[in-house]
Write a protein that binds this ligand. Structure first.
Ligand code: ATP
Ligand code: MG
Length: 432
């Protein structure tokens, strides 16, 4: 016998019980995004590798070691499974002239991302993000909008213990000045740096501040702060974001070491972090990336965005009691005999026409075993069709959860009778 095949390590099946929770979550997210005027965009999952090298930066964790890259066997093109969505979204916006042709854009997307990381709780090789991008907006207002909209989503989901961390990365020129000071400081402590740190000392020293190595925490805590190198404009921008957050009643902590793992950020950067999920506590992260559109070949266009880690958010949602029960049908149709089966199909379709969710028993089975299945399905009502009912052209209705006894109704009055059982209050009010 051959060995059973397994999913690729770090890539998860999402089975029906969980997938229903995902859909419920996605419904909430879609409504929330619409309420802020964001519109959907869908990009391919595979992109040319140079896109990510240029956008994310050569000397970053993602590009150095996490990308699933391969050569197209037919034409030799270098391709990569997208590790994140911003680069693709910006590429699409440039390619289709979205901003130049249509003005500023509020966009969102969701879907799988791929990173070759060590799989652990909250860290997978295929994971999912909901990404939000605002292209063509330069002010602190849109930065604040992004953070405020996140806070609203956490509220709607009933999430607890999600804290906001904020920083400003200033402009490229300001970062260059800080970089010189940072290199000088790190050179003094070169021996203490780990391998990644040594390697990035001159290529990307800012990234060292982002290290997850506990042994380096003290060293990076004492490093020169970018905040001390911000010019007047960057400072004013950052101040304005903070004023809007305070107006919205959103508490935050300035984290001077928050630099984000991707090179394209400038000015405002933020992370939403929870203590409830262990080491993988960042559920959402983003910021401003004014240089990226131009860097990828578009006209200079200010921009800002963020991405939520769906697996981590769902874990937190469930921790906080969210997610809800598996969906149950309104009715389960039990039937016995050839003519009963034909009536069962007509009854089920009639109910679906009126918007009810109906599970029709398929296959064999005695009345008793079918009733057991009806009960287990969680349906509110069993439709019972035996030979008697079939001969009379009628359908038995048996409430499985609430009060009320079994009754028989014609096909024509079926949906009305169902509604009376499912929504008794509305019936009393005289409405439907
Ligand atoms: P981390 O510091 O945890 O590696 P990151 O800075 O690499 O995160 P981003 O690129 O900012 O993450 O992605 C945004 C969000 O996507 C993260 O905050 C996280 O919630 C989620 N995320 C990133 N990588 C993974 C992964 N491998 N598995 C699950 N979720 C992830
Ligand atoms: Mg990472």
């Amino acid at each position: 016998m051959s060995k059973t095949l397994q999913a690729v390590r770090g890539m998860n099946d999402i089975l029906p019980d969980d997938a229903e929770t995902w859909e419920h979550f996605e419904d909430i997210v879609r409504d929330w995004l619409k309420s802020y005027g964001y519109r959907p965009i869908r990009m391919p999952i595979v992109e040319p590798t140079p896109l990510f090298k240029r956008a994310i930066g050569e000397v970053t964790d993602i590009v150095e070691k996490e990308m699933y890259s391969f050569e197209d066997a037919l034409n030799g093109e270098q391709l990569t499974l997208r590790p994140e969505g911003t680069a693709s979204c910006v590429r699409a916006a440039i390619q289709h002239n979205l901003v130049a042709g249509g003005g500023p854009q509020r966009l969102y997307y969701h879907g799988p991302m791929f990173r070759h990381e060590r799989p652990q709780k909250g860290r997978y090789r295929q994971f999912h993000q909901i990404g939000v991008e605002a292209l063509g907006f330069s002010g602190p207002d849109v930065d604040a909008e992004h953070i405020i909209m996140c806070a609203r989503l956490w509220e709607e989901l009933g999430l607890e213990d999600v804290a906001l961390e904020l920083n400003s990365l200033g402009s490229a020129a300001e970062r260059a000045q800080h970089r010189a000071a940072l290199i000088a400081y790190l050179e003094e402590h070169k021996a203490q740096l780990d391998e990644d740190g040594q390697r990035r000392l001159y290529s990307n020293p800012l990234r060292i501040l982002d290290t997850k190595n506990p042994a380096l925490q003290e060293l990076v805590d004492g490093a020169p702060r970018l905040a001390d190198y911000l010019g007047e404009d960057s400072r004013a921008h950052f101040e304005a974001v903070q004023v809007l957050l305070k107006d919205a009643g959103i508490p935050f902590r300035i984290n001077h070491r928050l630099v984000r793992g991707l090179d394209y950020y400038n000015r405002t950067v933020f992370e939403w972090v929870t203590t409830r999920l262990g080491a993988q506590g960042t559920v959402c992260a983003g910021g401003r990336y004014d240089g990226l559109v131009e860097q990828l070949g578009g006209k200079p266009t200010p921009a800002a965005g963020f991405a939520m880690g769906v697996e981590r958010l769902l874990a937190l949602w469930q921790e906080c009691g969210g997610g809800g029960e598996p969906a149950a049908p309104d009715a389960y149709v039990v039937h016995l005999g050839e003519s009963a089966r034909r009536l069962a199909f007509r009854a089920a379709e009639a109910l679906r026409t009126h918007g009810f969710a109906v599970l029709l028993h398929c296959g064999e089975g005695s009345f008793k075993s079918q009733m057991k299945k009806a009960d287990a399905s969680g349906a509110a009502v069993a439709l019972v069709i035996g030979e008697d009912e079939a001969a009379a052209g009628e359908i038995g209705l048996k409430p499985l959860r609430g009060p009320g006894g079994q009754q028989r109704v014609s096909l024509e009055s079926l949906s009305e009778a169902m509604a009376a059982i499912l929504y008794p209050e509305e019936e009393e009010d005289g409405g439907v």
